[in-house]
Design a protein around this ligand. Structure first.
Ligand code: NAP
Length: 249
């Protein structure tokens, strides 16, 4: 298990799902964790449970993101890891039927939110001599799915942001990696199931992995094993990766 004693981690979208599991996993690994999402009470509850720092806010707002980083650094003294996890499935609708406002919101959160996170964290990490910026990606970045144009386009953009960050800042000690978790049993996957729109919505619930799996993979990527994946996307569908993370024998 990677030991993150003395490290400070900010997890966006950590009021539930993968983000909440990641906040718990990072705290278990010894880190001080900033818990960020829009739902203030859920953020406060989880932060209290794990001895973390509650940072309610919206990743789509550059000001909220800057404030979250500044508050965390003020209270915990540093920032070693940013996990860009906050995400929305967006409008599940064909391109001609999708509402432009909802479509834009998916871009604001899934793509621009990742940029706002990187932009806010980078000066702090550079001043410290380095840091890790993990972004929760998706197979949807590489393969279109019916009714998911906003989600696919935003995740494709976020994947390019990880590559751009690696290209720009690896030499300054910034470790940028994308984690594509496969399908995970969360509220988002429940919303997908209820939509009935494409083959993903018809998957049997039992095929989805628990949110604790990507959470453990995110912690693992902060250790030395993560170094070989800088600037790439790690897929948790890959059995060899699952084995290395210790999720399967
Ligand atoms: N579940 C899957 O099968 C799957 C597969 C591949 C990738 N992913 C990715 O994994 C990440 C987490 O997904 P999940 O399945 O855990 O979804 P989820 O259960 O719906 O949780 C989404 C989280 O993001 C937060 N969030 C949404 N909009 C936000 C905003 N504007 N600002 C701050 N936080 C925001 C939500 O909190 P609030 O509502 O309180 O703000 C919540 O904590 C997403 O990036 C998703 O695209 C999921």
């Amino acid at each position: 298990m990677v030991n993150l004693q003395g490290k400070v981690v900010l997890v966006t979208g950590s009021s539930r799902g993968i983000g909440a599991a990641a906040a718990r996993a990072f705290a278990q690994a010894g880190a001080r964790v900033g818990v960020m999402a829009r739902s203030e009470s859920a953020v406060n509850d989880l932060a209290a449970q794990i001895g973390g720092i509650a940072l309610s806010g919206d990743v789509a707002s550059p000001t909220d993101m800057e404030r979250a980083v500044a508050t965390l650094v003020e209270q915990a003294g540093r920032l070693d890891v940013l996990v860009n996890n906050a995400g929305l499935i967006g409008p599940i609708a064909g391109i001609s039927a999708a509402d432009p406002g909802e479509w834009g919101q998916a871009i604001d959160v899934n793509l621009k939110g990742v940029f706002h996170g990187m932009r806010a964290a980078l000066p702090v990490m550079r001043a410290q001599g380095g840091g890790t910026i993990l972004t929760v990606g998706s197979g949807a970045a590489h393969n279109p799915q019916e009714g998911w144009s906003a989600y696919c386009a935003s995740k494709a953009g976020a994947w390019m942001l990880t590559r751009a960050l690696d290209h720009e800042a690896r030499s300054q000690g910034i470790r940028a990696i994308s984690l594509s978790p496969g399908t995970v049993a969360t509220d988002m996957q429940d919303a997908i199931r209820k939509s009935g729109v494409n083959p993903v919505s018809r998957l049997d619930w039992s095929v989805h992995i628990p949110p604790e799996w990507p959470a453990r993979a995110l912690v693992w990527l902060c250790g030395p094993d993560g170094d070989e994946f800088l600037g790439t996307e790690v897929s948790l569908r890959d059995e060899a990766i699952r084995r290395r993370v210790g999720l399967i024998p």
